[in-house]
Each structure stands twice: as structure tokens, then as C-alpha cells.
Design a protein around this ligand. Structure first.
Ligand code: HMG
Ligand code: MG
Length: 298
């Protein structure tokens, strides 16, 4: 049987906006978070504390954290590449920090300017500091299904990084298809590799929809009992260091499918569609969500 309930991590404000060429005003980011919260989002990846030289769009991380409302019951996550980032984020007390590594050496170099082994060394003190502060730690494994520089990625490489993350105290891993090339059986093999090191409750899927496979891949993961997924409202998203990568699976599309399967998400789909329209209007382009567009037309 499929899981009865799914935990969605809304990554629109972070993954969704990090790649925007035009600066998105901080007030718009905060309003987006508020609308997502109003739609029932209980896990939101809000921003990243990365180098502003590398990702200028996230340079207002502190203002976003300070300016948004933090209702009880909503968990706010932030991406952290190094101890410097953690120290900058700590005053804002994120509920969760996400260290982000890769199953591909070249992508690691391009995205965070160090080898996979060095990245684990950098993450270790972040994990230690976060857990000492009672902050949950998730790890993202980029290029788990393929790399824009190296091409195919062996699931064994996913298992290797998952094992190293486990060894430094990371509590949960997200298997990320950065460039959306995965297909359902390949996704299952990548998830299986992560599941050799983490429990079923501690593995999630992060599927970009570049090749239109994200919903099928999600279903394949659900069949394995995976019940936690990242998604971005309006199908926003992309990584500045992964050429050709497009958005994450649209949260509206995912919620539509899950509700159709009788799976509880806690999300009010109409309110979520409104949040997607809001951000699409602010960005001046149509929503990438098929369900969102269809519902808005009714
Ligand atoms: P580096 O250049 O090797 O770092 O970058 P550095 O330590 O030499 O520092 C360079 C400059 O950055 C210095 O500034 C530091 O102070 C500053 P300067 O003295 O020259 O003015 N700096 C920082 N500033 C603020 N916060 C920090 C920080 N660290 C250094 N935390 C680094 C290494 C990791 C910092 C850099 O490569 C970086 O920031 N990379 C982030 C790239 C990124 O954000 N990518 C997108 C997110 S990952 C993603 O989208 C994938 C995901 O969605 C899953 C998937 O789909 O695959 C998660
Ligand atoms: Mg991503």
C-alpha cells in the first residue's frame, strides 16, 4: 500500500528563487512564505546562507528570516554550505539546516568549490554545531540520477555519499535529481542506495522536472514507502551551477496527484494555487504548474 500521509517540503522560496536572474524583492519572498503557510505548508525551505558572491539572489537571507512570521507548527529550513553559513544563520534559529553534497565529483567542485571528501569534512562541524543547538540536520545528495558534467551516476556513488553523511551525524538525506534525468526504476535504485544507510523515515525525494519525469518518479518512490518529498510552488527552481536544469516538481501538481490517491498532505490546494499565481505574477511569467494553471482557469 502507498503511504497514507506525505510530508511535503516546500522549497519554492529557496530552490525556486535562487536561480532567478532579476533580484526578487525581500518583501515578495516573505509574502510567498506567508502565503505558503496560509495554504498549509508545514515545512518550508526558506533561503540559503551561501556566499553572496556565488548566489546573489540569496544575499537577503537574514532579512527574510527576520521578516517572516514563524507560526507554531511550521518548520523552517535553510541551506548551509559551511560553518560560516551556520554561524550567520544561527541567530535566526532555523528549525532545520540542510548541508548539500553531491554524488558527482565535478558537480561538487562547480557548486561548492571542493571535492566530495572535502565537503564532508566541511559539513562535519556544521552538523555537530547544529545538533548541539537542537537543530535538525538534513543532507541533500545532488546529481543522484545524473550529472550535467559527468553524465550517468552509479547508484553506488549515492550510497557512498549517504554513508559518509550518516557517519558525520546527518539525520536525513534527500536524494536529488538535480537535472531531472531520472526515470522511475533508476530513481528506485538511487533511493535503495540511500536506504542502505538511512531508515525509510529518513530518506526523501527531490525531483526536478526537466524531462517531465518527476511525478512518475515520485510514484515510484511512494511504492517503496518513501513519504517525504521536496517540491516548489509553480514549478519554480533550478540550480545556477547545473546548466539546463529546470524547476522542481510543482507542488500543486504533486498535491493534486497525492490527493487523487487519497494521500493526506495537509495542503489546501486552492490556496496553494493562489500562492503559485502570486509568485508567477511577481516574476512576470506563467506558472510551470499544469494543475495550478488548470485550476486557475476554472
Ligand atoms: P569559496 O569561494 O570556495 O569559499 O566558495 P571561500 O571560503 O573561499 O569564501 C569566498 C567568499 O565567500 C569570501 O568572501 C567568504 O567570506 C564568502 P570575501 O572575503 O571574498 O568577500 N563566504 C560566505 N559568505 C556568506 N555565507 C557563507 C560564506 N562562505 C564563504 N556561508 C562556497 C565555497 C561553498 C561558499 C560557495 O561555493 C557557495 O556559496 N556555493 C553555494 C552554491 C549554491 O548555493 N548552489 C545552489 C544550492 S544547491 C542546489 O540547489 C541543489 C539542491 O536543490 C538539490 C538538487 O536539486 O540537487 C539542494
Ligand atoms: Mg534542487
Amino acid at each position: 500500500p502507498l503511504p497514507a500521509r506525505v510530508r511535503l517540503v516546500e522549497v519554492g522560496p529557496r530552490d525556486g528563487l535562487q536561480n532567478e536572474p532579476q533580484p526578487v524583492p525581500t518583501a515578495v519572498k516573505i509574502e510567498l512564505v506567508h502565503r505558503l503557510q496560509a495554504a498549509g505548508a508545514r515545512d518550508i525551505e526558506v533561503t540559503s546562507f551561501v556566499s553572496p558572491h556565488w548566489v546573489p539572489q540569496m544575499a537577503d537571507n537574514a532579512q527574510v528570516m527576520a521578516g517572516m512570521e514563524r507560526p507554531a507548527g511550521v518548520r523552517h529550513a535553510v541551506l548551509i554550505p559551511n560553518l560560516r553559513g551556520f554561524e550567520r544563520a544561527l541567530p535566526y534559529r532555523p528549525d532545520e539546516v540542510v548541508v548539500f553534497g553531491a554524488a558527482s565529483e565535478t558537480f561538487s567542485q562547480k557548486n561548492i568549490n571542493c571535492s566530495v571528501a572535502q565537503s564532508i569534512e566541511r559539513f562535519a562541524p556544521v552538523v555537530q554545531a547544529a545538533r548541539a543547538e537542537g537543530i535538525a540536520v538534513r543532507g541533500a545528495i545532488s546529481c543522484a540520477l545524473g550529472c550535467p558534467y559527468e553524465g550517468a551516476i552509479d547508484p553506488a556513488q549515492v550510497g557512498e555519499v549517504a554513508g559518509r553523511m550518516k557517519a558525520i551525524g546527518v539525520q536525513h538525506v534527500g536524494v536529488a535529481d538535480t537535472i531531472g534525468v531520472g526515470t522511475p526504476r533508476a530513481v528506485q535504485r538511487a533511493l535503495e542506495a540511500a536506504l542502505r544507510h538511512f531508515d525509510l523515515d529518513d530518506v526523501s525525494g527531490h525531483f526536478h522536472d526537466t524531462y517531465g519525469q518527476a511525478l512518475a518518479n515520485t510514484y515510484a518512490a511512494l511504492e517503496m514507502g518513501i513519504w517525504q518529498f521536496d517540491a516548489a510552488v509553480a514549478g519554480l527552481g533550478g540550480c545556477p551551477y547545473a546548466k539546463g536544469a529546470t524547476g522542481n516538481v510543482a507542488t500543486e501538481d504533486l498535491v493534486y496527484m497525492l490527493h487523487g490517491l487519497g494521500i493526506d498532505t495537509g495542503i489546501d490546494l486552492d490556496a496553494l494555487v493562489d500562492a503559485g499565481l502570486y509568485i508567477s505574477q511577481c516574476l512576470g511569467r506563467p506558472s510551470q504548474s499544469r494543475a495550478g494553471t488548470a485550476i486557475a482557469r476554472k
